[in-house]
Design a binder for this molecule. Structure first.
Ligand code: AMP
Length: 515
């Protein structure tokens, strides 16, 4: 692991990777704890190169706040990053980031609608300070993906908007709040709390938990949900509540009733320490992401799991076929990537999932039903060339996410859990040894009358394909840090399906519903 304090040092280091590898950024103010570690772990699992920035940003502290006493611990931060597999730490000075004289800089001002409520109402200038520094870090590092904690929900919404408004080609990934066993959200500022205060501070999460329970029992009204939380907070008078609000998680505008999802957020102090916490109230059926190497039985199992659970099978393959059909029919050269990106951006693709496993996904392009055409041998022969194009992939991933937003889908691929639906409730990594996959393939080939290849040759072919799939620059096969591995070596298709269904039911019962 390397440590850089200058822009030329870091940029030169990253230049070697830039062409074909994904770069993750985890922006922090140091004093790293379990919460930061979970962001870093995910980054290391999901991208090839992880950079952690450590900068206590003076622009986000008001003169009355704790800038000078904010904890700083570069030595232990360095050790933690190293142990987690970080490639580089970027620890610049204020001068390096060009904010030596903070009066005289180009600032980034997020929309007032996002900064006027919640913490913004009590910390004027805070989010402008955050946005200004995060934009600089984004420009210096140009990461592929950047990781932020849901604990700072307002910051997360502002950064997402910033990336959209400034057309930055950076994917923002949100990570769930990490908590102490007591439930208290882990924070660098928790070290200011005495033992007694730490105990009192758990009233915040306990109150949020009560609201969550009430939400799951069907409560959707602002007034009722806030009253439940307020009444519980009142039990600990040492907690001086600054705000308690129910807002829309993206627009941050107060909501009267939860339609799809709501962000319930609290801030306040205990003693001298300001604490924040929040919870997303969202009821959706799960997204099940099934990744794994070719030949492990993913597509059959995925269809069966969808059917048995009454969920929708999202056929991503049909989407790539649809684009291939569009390109072939428009007469474009298959290698004309820019023209294809333009054509696809202007096209309307409608995917109507099949209502039973026997039926195909209905696909319409610009109103024309192409369900049958996309299965022709001519399209099958070309689809991998189209799927290997970055712009195609990006646009289809956006479409897949839109389709999965309200949940209730099962989807398979190589990077569904790591890239397409990193927030999926259940992630399965379905695998089998190359030998077993070769044995299954040989059986299929022989059944079709196409024997003549040895088991050893097939095994070698499969190993080669695994290597290529794991090392391709676009959508490499990777197991998500929180995926459950299912090895199908000694299991039938039915047994694998049952296993995944059991995991789904277990998840429904337990963790998806609690904090
Ligand atoms: P900070 O160093 O406080 O600026 O935090 C750096 C990043 O870590 C931000 O994206 C925070 O939202 C995230 N973070 C801080 N605490 C937690 C936590 N307990 N769980 C998850 N993420 C966190």
């Amino acid at each position: 692991m390397q440590i850089f304090t200058t822009i030329p040092g870091l940029r030169t280091f990253l230049a070697d990777y830039r062409h074909d590898r994904s770069i993750a950024l985890v922006p922090t103010m140091g004093a790293l704890h379990k919460g930061h570690a979970s962001l870093i772990r995910r980054a290391v699992a999901e991208a090839e190169i992880t950079v952690v920035s450590i900068f206590v940003n003076p622009l986000q502290f008001a003169p009355t706040e704790d800038f000078s006493r904010y904890p700083r611990s570069l030595d232990s931060d360095r050790q933690l990053c190293e142990s987690l597999g970080v490639a580089a730490i970027f620890a610049p000075s204020a001068e390096t980031l060009g904010i030596g004289n903070s009066e005289d800089i180009t600032a980034v001002i997020p929309p007032i609608s996002l900064t006027s409520g919640l913490c913004g109402a009590f910390r004027p200038g805070h989010f402008q300070g955050v946005a200004t520094i995060v934009t600089r870090l984004f420009n210096i590092i140009a990461p592929t993906i950047a990781y932020f904690g849901e604990k700072d929900a307002q910051q997360l919404a502002i950064i997402r908007q910033l990336v959209r408004d400034l057309n930055l080609a950076i994917e923002i990934r949100a990570c769930a709040t990490v908590r102490e066993t007591s439930g208290l959200a882990v924070s660098s500022r928790n070290q200011y709390l005495s033992t007694a205060e730490r105990e009192k501070a758990t009233i915040i999460v306990k109150s949020l938990q009560l609201a969550l329970e009430s939400f799951h029992l069907g409560e959707r009204q602002r007034e009722k949900l806030l009253a439940i939380v307020q009444k519980n907070l009142d039990r600990v008078p040492e907690f001086r509540c600054q705000y308690l609000d129910l807002v829309h998680p993206q627009s941050l505008q107060p909501i009267e009733q939860i339609e799809t999802d709501g962000l319930l957020a609290i801030a306040g102090s205990i003693g001298q320490t300001r604490l924040i916490d929040n919870i997303i109230l969202r009821q959706r059926r799960a997204v099940i992401a099934i990744d794994g190497p070719a030949g492990a039985g993913k597509s059959t199992v995925t269809r069966l799991v969808a059917e048995k659970l009454g969920l929708t099978y999202l056929d991503t393959g049909a989407m790539y076929r649809a684009v291939t059909w569009l390109v072939v029919n428009s007469g474009l050269d298959l290698s004309a990537e820019a023209a294809i990106a333009e054509l696809l951006s202007l096209a309307k693709i409608a995917i109507i999932p099949a209502d039973s496993p026997e039926n195909a996904t209905i696909v319409k392009i610009n109103g024309q039903d192409v369900t049958l055409e996309i299965r022709s041998p001519a399209i099958t022969a070309q689809v991998s060339r189209i799927a290997a194009q970055k712009a195609v992939r990006q646009q289809l991933v956006t479409l897949q996410r839109e389709m999965g937003m309200s949940g209730g889908i099962v989807v398979e691929g190589r990077d569904i859990g790591t890239n397409v639906f990193p927030e999926a409730e259940l992630k399965i990594f379905l695998t089998a040894t190359p030998e077993e996959r070769a044995r299954r393939r040989l059986k299929d080939l022989e059944a079709q009358g196409n024997g003549g290849i040895s088991l050893a040759e097939l095994t070698q072919e499969i190993e080669k394909r695994d290597y290529l799939d794991s090392n391709r620059s676009l959508a490499p096969l990777r197991k998500a840090a929180d995926a459950i591995e299912v090895n199908s070596d000694h299991l039938s298709i039915a047994e694998v399906t049952e296993k995944i269904i059991a995991l789904y039911h277990q998840g429904e019962e337990n963790q998806w519903r609690s904090l």
